[in-house]
Design a protein around this ligand. Structure first.
Ligand code: SF4
Length: 264
């Protein structure tokens, strides 16, 4: 029987969630990078994780046949959401030669949305495309702040940039973080918190998560408890949480909330 899409586009296919790794490999910049999963993954197969390389899926959103037409099933449907550059940092300087093409591809697929996270906000301003203006509406750039030091170094730069839909990831959360003076600007749409995964995971204190949740509530920002991490300290007891349960346990905490602007 022919399937009927509830959200048809020109291909009559439903939007997808896609991971798009344009390049991979990176260099560590702060405490949050200490146990980067990409290093574990690459070292396991004998690849040097410090070398930034263009990936085979570089042109994934716009792959076409020689005729210039999109390639049938390989054409990512309209309305799809791309999680971009999760094996590197989109603003790593060693990827400068490919970034202009990357922006062009995102422009071509303005029928989709793109999301990326960086620990290098100081590199953003001079690497935005010339027609960026106050931001492409379909591209969101979030910044990671794993502790207070990272927040105080990165957020003044990040919040000064012409970015649409600004959001902060406190993941892996390594200590208490006070975001009040940054939330007070009204520019931060949402904050996401999460612990660290993997064999060397550092402990995440649930009080740090609750504290961030309170701050977001106070300033009307959205909050998302993304995952517990492998080691969670709660009510004075440390819990070891298997990878398969880290997301679901976090959502059971019931802390997720949309920004107050979304409910007005
Ligand atoms: S910036 Fe991201 S990808 Fe690069 S080393 Fe740090 S955690 Fe890994």
């Amino acid at each position: 029987m022919k399937q009927i899409s509830l959200f048809p586009n020109e291909d009559n296919r439903s939007p997808e969630t896609v991971t798009w790794n344009l390049w991979s490999g990176c260099t560590k910049v702060s405490a949050g990078c200490a146990h980067c999963y990409m290093y574990r993954k690459f070292e396991a197969v004998g690849r040097d994780p410090y070398v930034v390389r263009k990936s085979g899926s570089f042109n994934l959103p716009v792959r076409k046949l020689r005729t210039g037409k999109y390639k049938g099933l390989y054409r990512i449907p309209s309305g799809s959401h791309f999680y971009t550059c999760f094996s590197s940092d989109f603003f790593h300087p060693n990827a400068d030669e490919w970034r202009e093409t990357a922006w062009e591809m995102m422009k071509e697929r303005s029928d989709c949305t793109f999301f990326m996270i960086t620990k290098r906000p100081e590199n953003i301003a001079e690497r935005l495309p010339s027609d960026w203006g106050d931001g492409y509406r379909h591209v969101s750039i979030a910044v990671t702040c794993e502790n207070q030091q990272a927040a105080d170094a990165r957020l003044p730069v990040y919040l000064s940039l012409p970015l649409f839909n600004q959001s902060v990831m406190t993941e892996p959360l390594l200590g208490p973080v006070d975001l009040r003076k940054y939330l007070a600007t009204g520019k931060i749409n949402s904050v996401s918190a999460g612990g660290e995964s993997g064999p060397e995971a550092r402990v995440c204190d649930y009080e740090w998560v609750l504290n961030l949740h309170r701050q977001c509530k106070e300033f009307g920002a959205g909050f998302y408890y993304h995952q517990t991490g492998a080691r969670l300290l709660k009510d004075g007891k440390e819990y070891f949480i298997p990878r398969s349960e880290q997301h679901s346990q976090a959502h059971k905490a019931g802390l997720d909330m949309v920004p107050s602007s979304a409910t007005q």
